[in-house]
Design a protein around this ligand. Structure first.
Ligand code: NAP
Length: 243
């Protein structure tokens, strides 16, 4: 029986991945950070779905020990910080360093990768990266590109997903810049599509957490020894609306 471990389970995409895994009766473990202000709410929500909750701290040895004990076949790395989160938490006394892309998007994701790669047998890692990730770019892109590059050097099966904007009406946090960015991009791409630039439109058009999660779960559960990089257009068509 497949055992799936979801890091970033409390995120907009992660919570939907957890729900979908359980709807397929997969033994699912949702990671919630031990210092989460909403730990009990998350515990209740996940346990109601029949999901096990893990609160291992983000420390290399602790995470490796947890993965060794739980022996997941499949790990989803769906976490990442944002500049607005770093600014907001800085006001509450959390250093900017603790919320840097280097520390969170790269550092924590690589703790999972190394911990899983150390286990015997074939294991699969699904990494939620982002559209446009490559060798050139800002700190966000650089952190993600390092994870992608280092995944290639492991013995894991891996799936790298590169969606464009992930948007929807029910985020906990209002993200006006993201919503506006996604709307403007979608409008421009709609026009480009009408003019024949369908590839461009499919690459950068926004998606929803439900559509994206359906694609991640589909590719995560498909056991094969291959390595896949899925661009935005490859992540469409798995959700209930086919979005
Ligand atoms: N949003 C987009 O348009 C977009 C587009 C392409 C790619 N992506 C990437 O896709 C991923 C998921 O996106 P999303 O919108 O679903 O994310 P989200 O809702 O912002 O969730 C982020 C997740 O990361 C965790 N996290 C953030 N900072 C952390 C820290 N310092 N320590 C421990 N955990 C931390 C959060 O945990 P808590 O709940 O405990 O804070 C949460 O589980 C992100 O990595 C993002 O960069 C996003």
């Amino acid at each position: 029986m497949t055992v799936a471990y979801v890091a970033g389970a409390t995120g907009y995409t992660g919570r939907e991945v957890v729900r979908l895994l359980r709807s397929r009766k997969i033994d699912t473990i949702a990671h919630v950070r031990p210092d989460s202000g909403r730990l009990e709410q998350w515990r209740e929500r996940f346990e109601r779905l029949g999901v096990r909750v893990d609160t291992t701290p983000w420390e290399e040895g602790a995470m490796a020990a947890t993965l060794a004990a739980l022996q997941p076949d499949l790990v989803f790395g769906l976490l990442g910080t944002t500049q607005s989160r770093a600014r907001r938490e800085a006001k509450a006394g959390v250093s900017r360093e603790q919320n840097s892309y280097e520390q969170v998007d790269y550092g924590m994701t690589m703790m999972l990768v190394r911990g899983l790669d150390a286990l015997p047998g074939s294991r699969r890692f699904v990494y939620l990266s982002a559209a446009g990730v490559g060798p050139k770019g800002n700190a966000y892109v650089a952190a993600r590109y390092r994870v992608e590059t280092e995944l290639h050097q492991t013995g894991l099966e891996w799936v790298i997903a590169r969606p464009s904007w992930i948007t929807g009406p029910d985020r906990d946090e209002v993200r006006p810049a993201e919503r506006i960015g996604a709307s403007l991009t979608d409008a421009a791409l709609g026009l480009a599509g009408l003019l024949g630039a369908r590839t461009l439109r499919d690459r950068y058009r926004s998606t929803t957490n439900t559509a994206l999660a359906a694609a991640l779960v589909h590719h995560g559960l498909e056991r094969s020894s291959d390595h896949r990089i899925l661009e935005s257009e490859d992540l469409r068509g798995y959700g209930p609306t086919g979005a």
